[in-house]
Design a protein around this ligand. Structure first.
Ligand code: NM2
Length: 541
């Protein structure tokens, strides 16, 4: 076993942090749950506004970059073509950023909003139902995808313009923190990123597993118990672990392709055999609401709700803040992937493409699957909300699928989709976690290292599933996401610093696309380093 290339401080730091959270929760579940909910309350009440500002701030920043000279910079050499065509680029991007949660929330999110709507509206009204359809798209829309894109900026820039591969987030902050990237500050950044990702994946896996259990139960009649859920989570890990170990990398790739087509099939089927006109109309209406109220929604912090005069809905706390945190914890990891596939595009194309195509994909899911369930509720054909309130979300989700023609087949497809999504989340998250704790990665991170993180990833969701409750699951992302707000600022700053310096130093560029010469950049950086050192020497001398 090669252990020399492991970056032990990061490895141990991240694992220790994981144990420090999970072990007390396992030992003292009841007090644990209280502490977790108190932590959520504390974070969202005191720092909620920071999450909100981060969301809208990142969005505005990216739009600025896209239309500034920095946005014209091409990721690659002058005559380099785009590595991937736009369709496959958009598909890969969407699959990387999205997992089983879109099946979960796409189907059921509206039912929560309909009962407890935003802006102090009354639940169960005509007004509430419109917003219920629109708000899901907002939480999976332009701001969310902008959060994903920000870390891709410095990473892609270093990859293709400065020609320095970046696998670690600390590395992407180098223009800002300099040599400290190699010391404790770098380690802290990487550990916090890993901790956030484990929190986000914890939320994903703990939500997805009960839904899969429900699908299996509906098809086979086996009762859903915590035992079944544990078995499913562990079996998914083992399937994935075996494929990672035996090098069935292609297997996972094939699975993701199958997933894309299955998802298209499911969406097409519901759209055609479901209430086509209703789906088209509600989705269109939601878009209007969203465009009209985009800034209000993105800044609504409910400041008067806690003063006692007015009733508090806790809507931003329970939803928008949770969502921004959840996207945030995945952002550096998805950013790495977006960067990887964007060779040959300009920064502007990368930014606008991610925001637009990502949002379009979310609109498809929420518009089709969500509005189908809503139609069942509105027409009285099926009481989705009744099932949700009495038997919980996984039962409600599967029962919505049960209303489709050829229901067993559709539930089967839905469940398989969720399982593959879960396996690919394990696959890609453990890959990244393992890479971050290695000093160098040749082609792939070490196998034992990947397996280790795949099993480590199981720990938090298992604990969360035993504790139960949506609030508990949300806390994992919210707490994990908090330090990442600062890291996002550092990433944005690093990108601007590096790209502004390079643009300034490269005389004469065509106004449409800026092709920077990486050799020149390197020479200049070397010269600068020398100058700095000479400077220091002469001062010391
Ligand atoms: N996001 C997109 O659980 C998943 O589907 C992975 C979740 C951040 C809400 C991503």
């Amino acid at each position: 076993m090669k252990t020399k290339i492991i970056d032990w401080p990061t490895f141990i730091g991240a694992f220790f942090l994981l144990l420090a959270v999970t072990v007390p929760l396992i030992l003292f579940p009841e007090q644990g749950q209280e502490v977790v909910l108190a932590a959520k309350d504390y974070m969202t009440k005191n720092f909620g506004v920071l999450f909100m500002l981060m969301g809208i701030g990142v969005f505005l920043f990216l739009i600025y970059v896209a239309f500034s000279k920095n946005g014209h910079v091409k990721l690659g050499d002058k005559d380099e073509k785009q590595e991937f065509g736009t369709f496959s680029w958009a598909a890969m991007l969407f699959c990387a950023g999205i997992g089983s949660s879109i099946l979960y929330w796409g189907t059921i999110e509206w039912a929560y909003y309909y009962q407890s709507p935003p802006f102090g509206m009354e639940g169960g009204t005509k007004e509430a139902i419109q917003w219920a359809s629109a708000y899901g798209i907002f939480h999976w829309g332009p701001i969310a995808w902008a959060i994903y894109t920000l870390p891709a900026l410095p990473i892609a820039y270093f990859y293709y313009v400065r020609k320095k591969p970046v696998l670690k987030i600390s590395e992407a902050c180098r223009p800002l923190i300099g040599k400290r990237a190699d010391g404790p500050i770098g380690t802290i950044i990487d550990v916090l990123f890993m901790f956030g990702l484990m929190g986000g994946a914890g939320t994903t896996l703990a939500l997805g597993t009960p839904m899969i259990a429900q699908g299996i139960s509906s098809l086979t009649g086996v009762e859903v118990t915590i035992g079944l859920k544990t078995v499913i989570l562990v079996v998914c890990t083992v399937i994935f672990a075996v494929s990672a170990y035996t090098g069935l990398k292609k297997g996972i790739k094939v699975l993701s392709d199958i997933n894309l087509w299955l998802a298209f099939f499911l969406l097409g089927f519901i759209f055609i055999f479901g209430p086509t006109r209703f789906i088209a109309e509600t989705t269109t209406n939601s878009l209007g609401l969203l465009l009209d109220n985009f800034f209000h929604m993105s800044t609504w912090t409910e400041p008067f709700g806690n003063l006692g005069q007015f009733e508090e809905t806790l809507f931003p706390e329970s939803w928008t803040i949770f969502y921004w945190a959840w996207w945030l914890v995945y952002a550096p990891f998805v950013g790495l992937f977006i960067a990887r596939i964007s060779r040959g595009r300009t920064i502007r194309q990368m930014i606008l493409g991610t925001i637009i195509y990502g949002t379009l994909g979310s609109i498809l899911f929420f518009g089709i699957v969500g509005n189908f369930g809503m139609y069942m509720q509105m027409t009285g054909e099926f009481d989705v909300i009744g099932v949700l309130n009495n038997q919980g979300a996984p039962a409600a989700i599967i029962s919505v699928m049960d209303q489709l023609p050829l229901a067993p087949l559709m539930i089967g497809i839905f469940t398989v989709l969720a399982i593959i999504f879960l396996a690919t989340t394990f696959d890609s998250s453990s890959y990244i976690l393992a890479s971050v704790v290695q000093k160098q990665v040749e082609e792939e991170p070490l196998r034992w290292n990947r397996l280790f993180w795949a099993f480590a990833l199981c720990l938090l969701p298992l604990t969360l599933m035993y504790l139960g409750g949506l609030g508990t699951l949300q806390t994992a992302s919210i707490v994990g996401g908090f330090p990442l707000i600062i890291i996002m600022i550092m990433l944005a700053w690093s990108f601007m610093k590096a790209s502004n310096a390079d643009i300034k130093a490269s005389e004469g560029y065509e106004p449409k696309t800026i092709n920077l010469d990486s050799e020149k950049i390197h020479k200049r950086l070397k010269r600068k380093k020398k100058d700095d050192e000479n400077d220091k020497d002469s001062r010391v001398g």
